[in-house]
Design a protein around this ligand. Structure first.
Ligand SMILES: C[S@@+](CC[C@H](N)C(=O)[O-])C[C@H]1O[C@@H](n2cnc3c(N)ncnc32)[C@H](O)[C@@H]1O
Length: 254
């Protein structure tokens, strides 16, 4: 996969993209990351990228010309089939970025991420340059850079080969619509707090059952909104209904 990021603050990406799983994926050639400063595409002598908002109001708006020129230059060089390329504006107004969005983007060959700043970007960027808008949550960041890092990290770790055998994207929180079960490691007793007996039993069937139960319990407690979309067995639906854990919406039954 190729990822191009357009930003006014390229140095912000140095740390996150040169560590851990993203670094390893880059080293293995699973992902190629390119960071561009779209100020380089401004044509006036002051390299202007922002201007006042028509109609008045505080703050500056990012101009359309440098962004269109920057993104179109990359698209010309690295064009691909339209359905395999996604041009994304990071925006607090976008659709919410979730694990399933990461899986959806991981199927693309080329991602182009645009980081806004100041008051945001000229509306024509939204309307005519991007194919998608993503928000990483219902809060406002100063710029799209941290949001782009979040998107890249979540997408890269689900690319085939990015995780080592000791790590797994299959069993994690959100992978199957539920939160992950509790995890323990040695020692078996720490400050008097014991690891649940079943995990030390060696009985794999029992361990699987315990983990599934805990996963459901934890999701019901922490994120009841997720339960409504999870794929559950009839038995699980009945036991959740018995404790009032399904709410009004219906879950999918396996
Ligand atoms: C200060 S924000 C602009 C907010 C804009 N005035 C509004 O009210 O919608 C500047 C930039 O940060 C990025 N940003 C802020 N919050 C974000 C979020 N929750 N998810 C993704 N990007 C975000 C966007 O790229 C945005 O253009």
């Amino acid at each position: 996969m190729r990822i191009d990021i357009f930003t006014l603050f390229p140095e912000m990406f140095d740390g996150p993209f040169s560590q851990s799983i993203v670094k390893r994926a880059r080293d293995k050639g699973i992902v190629s990351l390119f960071i561009h400063n779209f100020r380089d595409y401004a044509t006036d002598k002051h390299k202007t990228v922002d201007d006042y908002s028509y109609g008045g109001g505080p703050g500056m708006v990012l101009k359309p010309e440098p962004l269109f020129d920057a993104v179109e230059a990359i698209r010309r060089e690295h064009g691909g089939e339209e359905e395999l390329v996604s041009t994304v504006l990071l925006s607090p107004q976008g659709r919410l970025f979730r694990q399933k969005t990461a899986l959806e983007l991981a199927r693309k060959e080329h991602l182009v991420l645009i980081c806004g700043h100041y008051e945001g970007v000229d509306e024509r960027v939204r309307e005519h340059l991007v194919s998608d808008e993503l928000s990483i949550g219902d809060y406002v960041l100063s710029g799209g850079e941290i949001a782009a890092m979040v998107v890249v990290d979540a997408v890269v770790r689900v690319l085939p080969g990015a995780l080592g055998s000791a790590e797994s994207a299959i069993d994690e929180s959100h992978a199957a619509g539920l939160l992950e079960y509790p995890q323990y490691t040695r020692p078996p007793v720490f400050r008097g707090w014991s690891v649940p007996e079943v995990l030390l039993s060696g009985n794999h069937q029992e361990i699987l059952r315990w983990r599934r139960r805990e996963s459901l319990r934890r999701t019901r407690e922490m994120r009841p909104d997720l339960i409504k979309e999870a794929i559950l067995s009839q038995e699980e639906v009945s036991s959740l209904e018995a404790v009032g854990g399904l709410g009004s919406a219906e879950s999918m039954v396996e």
